[in-house]
Design a protein around this ligand. Structure first.
Ligand SMILES: Cc1cc2nc3c(=O)[nH]c(=O)nc-3n(C[C@H](O)[C@H](O)[C@H](O)COP(=O)(O)OP(=O)(O)OC[C@H]3O[C@@H](n4cnc5c(N)ncnc54)[C@H](O)[C@@H]3O)c2cc1C
Length: 305
C-alpha cells in the first residue's frame, strides 16, 4: 500500500476530478488513478506563493484548442515520481477579486515544455518525494481544464483541502499514538535507580499528558470525519482536528524523545523519525497559524451576536 502522504495528494486530484470534472474527464483519468497506474499530485504552491494561494503567478493562455502554460511550482508531493497533477493557474491574471481568475487543469507529464525540476532534500517525510515542476510554453488541451469552465479553480482546489485536513489530522493521530506506544514500551524496560522509569513520577506526568492528547486528537478527527461524511461544511471541524492532532503529534514526539533520553538521538531508534516527521503536519494543508484563523472566523460566523 502507498504511504499516506502519497495517497493524500493523489486523493485530492482524484476528488477534484470526481467532484468537478466532466464525464469525459472522469472516464479518462479516474480508472487509471484507481489502479495506481497513474500516480497523482496537487500542484498549488509556487516559490512566491504558499499560504497566499491567490498570489500564484503561473498562467494559462487560451490558444485554439489548447492552453499555453508558463510558470513554476515547488514543494509538490509526488512531483518527481508522479504522473499527473491538479495544476492551479491564472487564466485571467488581472481578475479582481484574484480568485475569479484562477483555473484548475489536469496536467500530465510527457508533454513538451513540462519539466520536472529538482528533488527537494528534506528534514523528514522521506517516504514521498517533494519536487519542483516547471512549465515553459507547455500546451495543455482545453479538455483538461477541470469542469470545462475557467474561473472555478480556487474553489475546486481548496474544496479538497477540507478532506485533506482530516487526512493530515489522521496522520497526526498516528504519529501521536505511535510516539506514545514507543515511549510506553521504553519506559517499562529502561531502569534507573532500581526501577523502570515508568514508575518515576516525572515520566508518569509525561505519559499521562501524552495519552490524553492522543485520545483527544483521535476523537476530534473522528468527529470531523463524521461531519464530512454527512456532507456538512466542515472547515471548522477539519481545521480544529488538523490543528489539534498535528500539535499533539509534535508534543508527543518531543516528550517521547525526552523519555528515550540520549538514545532518542540515535538513528538506531525510530523515535527520532517521528520527531522529524511530526513537524510537517503543522504546515501541510494550510499552516496551523491559518487554521486558527479559519476556525475563529467560522466560529464567529456560526455565533452571530
Ligand atoms: C513536505 C512538504 C510537502 C508539500 N506538498 C505540497 C503539495 O503536494 N502541493 C502543494 O501545492 N504544496 C505543497 N507543500 C507546500 C505547502 O503547502 C506550503 O509550504 C504551505 O502552504 C505554506 O506556504 P509557504 O511555505 O510559502 O509559507 P508562507 O506562506 O510563506 O508562510 C510563512 C509563515 O507565515 C505564516 N503566514 C502566512 N500568511 C499568513 C497570514 N495571512 N496570517 C498569519 N500568518 C501567516 C504561515 O503560517 C507561516 O508560519 C508542501 C510543503 C512541504 C514542506
Amino acid at each position: 500500500m502507498a504511504p499516506t502522504g502519497i495517497f493524500n495528494s493523489h486523493l485530492i486530484l482524484a476528488l477534484a476530478i470526481e467532484k468537478f470534472g466532466t464525464d469525459a474527464q472522469k472516464a479518462k483519468w479516474l480508472p487509471r488513478m484507481a489502479t495506481g497506474e497513474l500516480r497523482g499530485g496537487l500542484a498549488l504552491t509556487e516559490p512566491d506563493a504558499g499560504t497566499d494561494l491567490q498570489g500564484i503567478r503561473m498562467t494559462a493562455r487560451r490558444d485554439g484548442d489548447d492552453y499555453v502554460v508558463n510558470g513554476s511550482k515547488t514543494w509538490i508531493s509526488n512531483g518527481i515520481k508522479g504522473h499527473v497533477f491538479a495544476l492551479l493557474v491564472k487564466t485571467d491574471p488581472a481578475a479582481e477579486p484574484r480568485y475569479k481568475g484562477m483555473s484548475l487543469f489536469i496536467a500530465d507529464k510527457g508533454r513538451p515544455g513540462f519539466v520536472t525540476g529538482k528533488k527537494i532534500r528534506k528534514l523528514g517525510y522521506n517516504s514521498i518525494d517533494s519536487g519542483e515542476l516547471a512549465f515553459e510554453d507547455c500546451r495543455l488541451p482545453a479538455d483538461q481544464l477541470i469542469g470545462g469552465e475557467e474561473g472555478q479553480g480556487f474553489f475546486q482546489a481548496t474544496g479538497g483541502l477540507e478532506l485533506g485536513r482530516i487526512n493530515v489530522a489522521a496522520r497526526g493521530v498516528g504519529l501521536a499514538e505511535g510516539a506514545l506506544a514507543l515511549a510506553t514500551a521504553y519506559a517499562q524496560t529502561r531502569h534507573t535507580m532500581g526501577k523502570p522509569i515508568a514508575e518515576h513520577q516525572a515520566i508518569q506526568l509525561k505519559l499521562g499528558e501524552m495519552v490524553t492528547r492522543a485520545r483527544a486528537a483521535r476523537l476530534m478527527t473522528l468527529d470531523a470525519a463524521a461531519a464530512y461524511d454527512q456532507g456538512a461544511r466542515v472547515d471548522m471541524e477539519a481545521g480544529m482536528a488538523k490543528y489539534f492532532a498535528s500539535e499533539a503529534a509534535v508534543r508527543n514526539a518531543e516528550e517521547a524523545m525526552r523519555i528515550f533520553g540520549g538514545y532518542s538521538y540515535s538513528k538506531d531508534y525510530a523515535i527520532e523519525r517521528y520527531y522529524r516527521d511530526a513537524l510537517l503536519m503543522c504546515i501541510g494543508e494550510g499552516t496551523n497559524e491559518m487554521q486558527r484563523m479559519i476556525i475563529a472566523r467560522q466560529w464567529v460566523k456560526r455565533n452571530p451576536a
